[in-house]
Structure formats: C-alpha cells, structure tokens
Design a protein around this ligand. Structure first.
Ligand code: AMP
Length: 630
C-alpha cells in the first residue's frame, strides 16, 4: 500500500486503522472500545482490552520460535557474548519474576532498574512487565543525585542494580552511587537486588538491604510465573526525561497501545519481520533502548542485539563485524556515534560482509548532512533519519521502507508516522504556519497509541507542559520545525531550555542546580553550544559569592565540572566554565540564556531590549575573549 493512503486512513478512521493493527498482538480479553477520546488530552486506546507486554514479547513466540535467538548480549568490555533463545529468555524471565515476587513486589509497585546494558537488565524489565510491576530504568551513566530524584518520584518497592558497569576498559562501581542515592532520597526502597558481575572487588553486600540475584535465580530457575493480565491503559513503565525545571518528568507508558504501536513500527518503519535481526546501539536506559532493544524486536519475534561497549573498541570495525556475524538486517544508532566512527577509516566498515544489512536508522538528535553522506557512502546502505521523543516512544517523523519507501530528503527526518496528525503552528499567531515558515511542531490530539499517557503522578504538569501552549489543546513537541510542499518536516531545535548532548536530553536547570551546590557559586546559567562531535555541549557561566576564597576563579572551573559529574553523571559534564561578575537578565529577573548561548557561539545576541544592565553582556564578551576557567 502507498504511504499516503496508509497515513490518511490512520487519520480519517483511527478506530478502524488501529483495530486492524491491534490484531498483531495477543489479547487475553479483546478491547471493548478502540479509542476513547472523550478527553482529548487523556485519550485512551483499546479500552477494556487485557494484555501483557511480557507475554507478547516472550511466551507468544514459544510455539513457533523457541530455539530462535531472542537476545544476543555482547560486551566488548568484559569480552562476554551471550546468545539467548526465546526458550532461554522465557526461563530467565520466569526466574526473575519469581525473584521479584519473593522480594514482595506486586502489581502496580514501582521497580527502579539501575543497570548497564546487559541481559539481566532486559530480564528485569520483562519480569516486571510479567507481574504487572512498573519498571523505571535509570541510565547507568547517571550519578547519585539523578538516581535519588527518580527514586523519590517513583517511590519504588525495590531497586535492582549491578555491582558495576564498564566503559573503555574502566570499571565504574555502581553500588557506592546507589548507597549515596539511597542516603539522599526521602523515599528509599528497603531492598536492593544486586546482579553481581564480579567486576567490583570492593563491593560488600549490605546486610538486610542487598539480595543476591545469582542465589535467587538459582532457587527459582524452574519457576513458572503466570502472566498478570493488565487493562490496556494501566502503566507499564515510567521513563524519566529532562524538562525545563530541575525535576525530571516521569513519562508514563501504557500497555496495549505501546505493544500495538511497536508491532506496527517494527514491520512498517524498521522493516524487520519475525526471525530477522535488529541491532540497536542504544542503552536500555533510554527510550530507544526500551522500544528497539527490548520490546519492539521481541514483540515482533525478531532477534535483538544488545551491546555494552564503545563503537571503536577493540577497533572501529566491531559493530560491522557484529552485523556480519548475526546477519543484522536493520541497524539503529545515533548521529554522534557515526561522527565518532567518521574519525576512523571507512575500511573498518567495509571489511565486514554487510550483505544482510539493509538500513541504518539514526535518531535522537539532528542528523547533519556531512555525517549522513559519509556513512551512506561508507556503507552503501540506505540511511534513514527518524525523529521522536521519549514522550512518543516511537517515531513521529520517519520514512517507512517496510511499507512504501519515499525518497530521502537530506536534512529531513521525513514524513508523519501513522496516526500522527502533525501541524506546524506559528508561535505568534497560533495559526498554522505556511509551507516553508518556521513554527512549533505539534500533534493534533488524539496522540496515537504508544505515546505517553501522562506524567507519573502529575497530570497537571502533563497538561501544562505539553497541551497549554496554544488556544486549542495541541500537544507541543517543544521543537521548532518547518514543512516543505511535499509534507517533509525539518527540525530546527528546541523551543525550551533543553539541550541535546550526543543524543541525550539534558535540562540546563538540572546542571545549574548541580553547579549551585558548590559553596562559592552565587548564581549559575547553563547553555548548550554547538559541538562538532556531540551536537551540543553544556557551557556554564557563574558568578561567585563575595566571600569566595581568593584564587577561586582559577580553581572553580574544574571543581564545578566535578560537581556536575558527581551529581548528574559524566554525560552532563560542562565543556567550559566561565566566571563572570554579572549574568545578563531581563528587568523581571529572567536569565537571558539565549543571548548567552549566542555570544558563546560567537553569534549576534539578538533582541536585547529587555536586558536590565548592558554591562552584563559586555562582561560576558570580555570573559569569553579571555582564558577559560575550565
Ligand atoms: P529524547 O526524548 O531524549 O529522545 O529527545 C527528544 C528530542 O531530541 C526531540 O525533541 C528533538 O529535539 C531531538 N531529536 C530527536 N530525534 C531527532 C531528529 N531525528 N532530528 C532532530 N532532532 C531530533
């Protein structure tokens, strides 16, 4: 079928369209109503239907593909590769689910998972789904304060952690960070389930708190835990993402809608069918990891490859040898990873037999044309940009080679995915922007299946943050965009103070709050500036307290970088720190971050009519011209 017809039908007859798509998954009880949009913001899909993500990802495939590989977990850090069939996955997930039950976890309880990109993280997620517990995976690269904030918001019954992760050959102990986070949190869980990889010799179990995964697994290896059927709109998981306040938002996902949307995306967008192989280089801590390392490929009956390690270690050929070895059909990665590879010779990609590889999908940040061109030439494969957000859980803009491949337009992530009625709204007038005119990319409700249901425990923030920007209740993506005459969209960056570092979303406020914990700092402003490799990097401007120790200006830069790494993790490490006497603010006291960003990127600072004290800008210019504190 043609893309145009397919998409149009999803808009004109959403109930008919999604009722058909819903047949791709198993229902314990079929839905009574396909769409309840009596409240357009809190729409509900597949109402009354009962299903389960773990059943659809695992049990359902046992009849036909028990011996097929479900998951291949490769670590070039430890040198261990684990090949896990659907039968073995079923056994591991049952043992894990029995372990959760023994630890007292029940339906609706939250379970925070703080793990590296290893098979046990996948077992843990699926085990939660099996028993109706709500998982919240926290990216293993986040530090203790980030973990503590998420614990306090989710209030988990259990934390699952590994003793350590590894990066570039270096062991990163997790348990000291867990201990700090539990001490900082107001609502710490009483129990921690520890997957001890034997990487951190200093780890000593805490009596009464820590439970050993290996021992519990052995005790439950033959367990048979029945699936808990959930109403389609019950929460399946919470995934925190950054917004404009210092507090992360818990994106809440449903069960049935998510499964149906992923099932559709697997064949239509990623062109992966049962028995085929998908390799997503993401981490289970991110939205892509949830959807295309875990649930999507498994719901589709495909093989999913999970990778712990660097793209260039032991050498830049590693990913491509994995593609050759497992006959990967579709690969999914990020522009930053490609820019890292671009520093190496293209022969590393070409030495492998990539005859099975059909596509490289890239997402998470803008795909610049030189990067797309380089990888397209180096691989001689179709490179497809796709745009989505943690909130949506699957692509908003894409091309759909599994259905009807449309031409790639450089610089554009393509056309609306099925079910998305996209508009570009002129911020000033609230009207639709003309073709080629810049506006805010919005989704006309109802949001399609798979998109967030709400913000965990905070419906008000969901409405205020996403649906209150215009006269009509439209979902704002908080991204600027333009559309061309063929309907292709081009993304022009965020409308808010969120920055995108190597595809990871960071709130400038979170970094400012981390910096402000340093005793010498009076005030901080953080902006993202362009970076050749990572897309954007954080840059800090601070004023110091009058009582700051003499000599602080020299030492404060490194101290503030450390502060951010300790609290938030190395992903948020500021690239530069500048000490200024005054920060540019409006007369009403708002920080002029955009002007700061423009100056740091050596651009025109724009409209300064609201600036309170012009001396502040001069000061910033002067400091930027001088030596950097860090
Ligand atoms: P996250 O929720 O962390 O995946 O971040 C989502 C944000 O990343 C979007 O709102 C965009 O600002 C940006 N983004 C994701 N994919 C793309 C893409 N293909 N092109 C441009 N920006 C993107």
């Amino acid at each position: 079928m043609r893309y145009e017809q397919f998409h149009q039908r999803s808009i004109d007859d959403p109930e008919g369209f999604w009722a058909e798509q819903a047949q791709a998954i198993d229902w314990h009880v079929p839905p009574r109503t396909i769409l309840d949009d009596s409240d357009p913001v809190f729409r509900k899909w597949f109402v009354g239907g009962q299903t389960n993500l773990c059943h659809n990802a695992v049990d359902r495939h046992l009849a036909e593909r028990a011996d097929q590989l479900a998951l291949v977990a490769i670590s070039t850090e430890t040198g261990i590769t684990r090949e896990i069939s659907y039968r073995e996955l079923h056994r591991e997930v049952n043992a894990f689910a029995a372990t959760l039950l023994e630890l007292g976890v029940t339906r609706g309880d939250r379970v925070v998972i703080y793990m590296p990109n290893i098979a046990e993280a996948v077992f843990a997620m699926l085990a939660c789904a099996r028993i109706g517990a709500i998982h919240s995976v926290v990216f293993g690269g986040f530090a203790s304060h980030n973990l503590a904030m998420r614990i306090d918001d989710a209030r988990p019954a259990l934390l699952i952690a590994a003793d350590a992760g590894m990066r570039g050959g270096k062991v990163i102990p997790y348990m000291p960070l867990v201990a700090q986070a539990l001490a900082e949190a107001e609502h710490p869980p009483a129990k921690v389930l520890v997957v001890n990889r034997g990487l951190d010799p200093a780890y000593v179990p805490v009596e009464g708190r820590d439970h050993d995964h290996a021992a519990l697994r052995a005790a439950h290896l033959d367990a048979d835990v029945s699936v808990t059927w959930l109403e389609s709109n019950e929460p399946s998981y919470i995934l925190y993402t950054s917004g404009t306040t210092g507090r992360p938002k818990g994106v809440q996902r449903d069960v049935g809608g998510y499964a149906v949307a992923l099932a559709l995306s697997m064949w239509a967008i990623y062109d992966v069918r049962p028995g085929q192989v998908m390799f997503s280089t993401s981490d289970v801590g991110w939205a892509v990891g949830h959807s295309y390392n875990v649930y999507g490929p498994l719901i589709a009956g495909a093989t999913s490859i999970l990778y712990e390690g660097l793209p260039t270690s032991p050498d830049a050929g590693i990913w491509w040898r994995i593609c050759e070895r497992y006959g990967v059909r579709t690969m999914f990665s990020s522009p930053t990873a490609v820019r890292v590879l671009k520093k190496h010779d293209a022969h590393w990609l070409q030495d492998a037999d990539l005859s099975q590889l059909q596509y490289l999908f890239l997402a998470g940040e803008p795909l610049d044309e030189p990067t797309a061109q380089w990888i397209g030439d180096a691989l001689s494969k179709t490179v497809i940009d796709n745009y989505w957000q943690t909130e949506t859980g699957w692509p908003v803009l894409c091309l759909m080679p599994g259905l009807d491949m449309k031409p790639v337009k450089p610089g554009s992530p393509g056309l609306p995915a099925p079910g998305y009625r996209l508009r570009v709204i002129d911020e000033a007038t609230g009207e639709d922007a003309a073709v080629g005119e810049k506006g805010v990319l919005v989704i006309q409700p109802p949001l399609p299946p798979g998109c967030m249901s709400t913000i965990w425990g905070n419906d008000e923030r969901f409405v205020a943050g996403y649906f209150s920007h215009f006269r009509e209740p439209l979902y704002s993506s908080l991204d600027w965009a333009i559309r061309d005459a063929d309907g292709y969209a081009f993304i022009l960056g965020r409308t808010d103070d969120v920055i995108n570092v190597a595809g990871h979303r960071l709130g400038t406020r979170e970094i400012e709050e981390a910096v402000a914990t340093h005793g010498d700092v009076a005030e901080a402003a953080v902006v993202g500036i362009h970076d050749e490799l990572k897309g954007q990097v954080p840059v800090v401007f601070v004023t110091l307290k009058p009582a700051a120790a003499a000599g602080s200006v020299e030492t404060v830069g490194a101290a503030l970088q450390q502060c951010v790494c300790d609290q938030l993790g190395a992903v948020a490490r500021p690239a530069q720190v500048h000490v200024v006497g005054l920060l540019p603010k409006t007369r009403s006291g708002k920080l002029l971050r955009r002007s700061l960003q423009a100056l740091a990127e050596r651009r025109d600072p724009g409209d300064l009519s609201t600036l309170e004290d012009p001396a502040a800008l001069e000061e910033v210019r002067r400091v930027l011209a001088g030596p950097v504190a860090a």
